[in-house]
Ligand binder design. Structure first.
Ligand code: ATP
Ligand code: PRP
Length: 205
């Protein structure tokens, strides 16, 4: 049995679209029909549906042999003991510094991505204070709680709708396929055939 941890939100939709486009209708159909189930088994593959941020934990703990999560999630983890194996061709977005148009100095920054933000401004030699938030981060800049935010930007719609502009792009983000370190060796054949079946070429590893 191969266990695959999937995040439940937009990345699940992207994953289903991706595997469906590669002819994997059996998995796509089962995942689309899951309703509120958090575990779906299709022949010898068990999918477990978790919060995006928890995918690496289920893989590191050995519950899942494979995980599909965003590179932003992986960048926020300290000392994650998994194989960061393959880039996947979906989940594209990027990290950005954004603020009101007239703001030019950033002393206070709100973000969900504290580690990424700290590393970015440290690298620039800029001392900032960081206010961690769990979501709707743009609001912190709108109500002047902070000078700027660091958040994910995909289409730019949320920034534009809230009168904010992207000031600096920090780095690109995409979905990644990670594996449990032990399973990578003990289940290498089934892991390789799963990667091929979802439509990613093995020599991408
Ligand atoms: N506009 C976006 N906002 C947030 N994440 C995005 C966006 N576009 C792509 N992503 C990618 O999708 C991942 C989040 O998708 P995921 O399925 O984990 O949860 P979600 O859609 O944010 O829903 P949830 O509210 O459950 O977290 C991010 O880690 C990032 O890699
Ligand atoms: O550039 P866009 O296409 O507008 O996408 C970017 C927005 O999408 C996410 O919000 P979401 O509501 O998914 O999550 P949140 O609760 O973290 O704000 C992210 O946090 C940005 O706010």
């Amino acid at each position: 049995m191969l266990t695959v941890a999937l995040s439940k939100g937009r990345l699940l939709k992207d994953f289903i679209k991706f595997i469906d486009s590669n002819g994997n209708s059996k998995w796509a159909e089962a995942l689309n029909k899951r309703e509120r189930k958090l575990q779906i088994q299709v022949e010898n593959v068990r999918f477990i549906l978790v919060k995006g941020n928890d995918v690496p934990t289920y893989v590191e703990q050995g519950i899942a042999d494979i995980g599909i999560t965003g590179s932003d999630v992986l960048d926020e983890k300290d000392k994650l003991n998994v194989n960061n194996l393959v880039d996947l061709p979906f989940g594209f977005c990027h990290f950005a510094v954004a603020s009101k148009p007239d703001v030019t100095e950033y002393n206070k920054i709100a973000t969900t991505y504290v580690k990424t933000t700290k590393a970015y401004f440290k690298n620039k030699g800029q001392d900032v204070s960081i206010i961690p938030l769990s979501g709707s981060v743009e609001l912190a800049a709108v109500v002047n709680m902070v000078d700027a935010i660091v958040d994910i930007v995909q289409t730019g719609t949320t920034l534009k709708s809230n009168g904010l502009v992207e000031k600096e792009s920090i780095g690109d983000i995409n979905a990644k396929l990670i594996t449990n370190k032990h399973a990578f060796f003990s289940k290498s054949n089934v892991i390789e055939s799963f990667i091929e079946e979802i439509g990613v070429s093995i020599n991408a590893i």
